[in-house]
Design a binder for this molecule. Structure first.
Ligand SMILES: Cc1cc2nc3c(=O)[nH]c(=O)nc-3n(C[C@H](O)[C@H](O)[C@H](O)COP(=O)(O)OP(=O)(O)OC[C@H]3O[C@@H](n4cnc5c(N)ncnc54)[C@H](O)[C@@H]3O)c2cc1C
Length: 417
């Protein structure tokens, strides 16, 4: 294999923030390893749309050993600067990254350990840390298959900018962070945009003149453990509606409605050129308002004991809408699905190491099924912050320490699925 000898104590798969943070911690512990990256460092960010800016503030670019040192901690750098940050980070400690080496399968090695197959050859490993992304496969509901041929159907990952789309009205399906940001951009580019809304928490960007993420960092919000979620499916719920575009501003149901976007309920079906929508827009907005109230309560309970004054978060104004329950799709050029993501390891990780939703079964990042197999960067791996830039480092350190503790043992890996 070019540049990669065929055996390592540890192989890390993926060179995004999670893989690099794990590499940093392994390096600090003196553990020999290699990081295999199928494309380039920071590739996932490059796959986002042209105008993408960080949604969490710049100070969150603080991976282990690389705290944010810029002069705009509450600004929001554009996409390419995030990638630059990750590349500088990788070279800062000489991360042993091999770019252009995708792992096609991970299975039990003959006689123990792991066997990784790549186009460049096979590789043996004592332990493997899978860091292939928090947001892996775009979730496109089956309804998407019913659109007429004259409406282009794409996922958010295929969206680059307004001019790259065919002309006509736009239907955006999904009102999470991405859906709202694409809707705003397309509306401002002069498109008539219809947004099929789901449920998402929202908050103002800068209550009391400070970024909402900075406020929440003062509370237990980002440390919420997986076990505190109301149900396993809550792990798939939307993140806070905010944007980092144009210096960061409020962006949610009410701001979009005020600018002239047509808000709709959930997309319920498509038949020919008729699209139907659930009568649930008000319920979705009420869900978001309830989360707004929950977070206000959290701030009110947890800031005063720290001597921090609570920012004002007034009740949201009443929401009125009478959305159509059907649309004629003639005149629409494109439907963009921004309906979230699902984990997707099944095509290459050949172990029965996942739950019914496809999330790895883990304890502190260690697979509870396969000894020696670890995961990092998974959404809610340990906590809410597990998949974000300022949270992944904590998990990376725990995973690296666990590998260090178990290093001398000779493991027997269960058979592959
Ligand atoms: C639209 C969007 C906006 C976001 N905004 C923010 C934000 O503002 N702030 C924040 O903190 N987080 C944000 N996130 C969440 C998170 O920080 C990113 O998803 C981040 O990229 C996750 O880092 P990661 O290292 O876990 O995964 P990734 O960055 O996805 O890295 C995984 C790497 O693994 C590689 N890979 C995959 N499969 C293989 C394989 N089989 N073999 C070899 N290599 C492989 C990929 O090429 C990729 O480079 C956002 C996510 C999305 C989707």
């Amino acid at each position: 294999m070019v540049g990669v000898p065929n055996g390592f104590p540890v192989v890390v798969v993926g060179a995004g923030q999670a893989g690099l943070a794990v590499s940093y911690e392994l390096t600090a512990l003196g553990i020999e390893h290699v990081v295999l990256e199928r494309a380039r460092v920071g590739q996932s960010w490059l796959g986002l749309w042209d105008s993408f800016c960080l949604v969490t503030p710049n100070w969150t670019m603080s991976l282990p050993g690389a705290a944010y040192t810029g002069d705009d901690p509450e600004g929001f750098v554009p996409r390419d600067e995030i990638v630059e940050y990750l590349r500088r980070y990788a070279s800062s400690f000489g991360a042993p990254v091999r770019e252009g080496v995708g792992v096609d399968s991970l299975e039990a090695g003959p006689g123990g350990g792991f066997l990784l197959r790549t186009l460049a050859g096979e590789l043996r490993a004592g332990s493997v840390v899978v860091c292939t992304g928090a947001y892996q496969r775009p979730h496109r509901p089956e309804i998407a298959a019913g659109f007429p041929r004259d409406v282009l159907v794409i996922d958010a990952q295929d969206y680059r900018n307004p001019t790259a789309l065919p002309p006509g009205k736009v239907l955006v399906v999904g009102s999470g962070q991405t859906g709202c940001q694409l809707t705003e951009e397309l509306h401002q580019a002069g498109r008539e945009v219809f947004l099929a809304c789901g449920r998402a928490p929202w908050l103002p960007r800068r209550p009391g003149g400070r970024d909402i993420v900075t406020w929440l960092k003062e509370t237990s919000f980002f440390d919420t453990p997986l076990s505190a979620l109301p149900s396993p499916a809550a792990r798939l719920g939307a993140n806070l509606l905010v944007t980092g575009h144009r210096g960061g501003h409020d962006l949610h149901y009410r701001t979009l409605q005020a600018m002239g976007v047509h808000l709709l309920g959930h997309l319920a079906g498509v038949k020919g050129h008729r699209a139907s929508f659930a009568d649930d827009l008000a319920d979705s907005v009420a869900f978001g308002d309830a989360r707004h109230a929950d977070i206000r309560k959290l701030l009110g309970e947890q800031l005063p004991p720290k001597g921090i004054a609570v920012p004002e978060l007034p009740d949201p104004p009443p929401f009125h809408a009478d959305p159509p329950l059907e649309l004629d799709l003639r005149g629409f050029g494109v439907a963009i699905f921004t309906s979230g993501f699902r984990p997707d390891y099944s095509h290459w990780v050949r172990f029965p190491a996942f739950d019914a939703m496809g999330f790895p079964l883990t304890d502190n990042g260690a697979s509870t099924v396969v000894p020696g197999l670890f995961f990092c960067g998974v959404h809610f791996l340990r906590k809410r912050k597990s998949s974000v830039l300022f949270g992944v480092g904590e998990d990376a350190a725990i995973v690296a320490q666990s590998i260090a503790r178990n290093r001398p043992q000779q493991r027997t890996v269960p058979s592959s699925a």
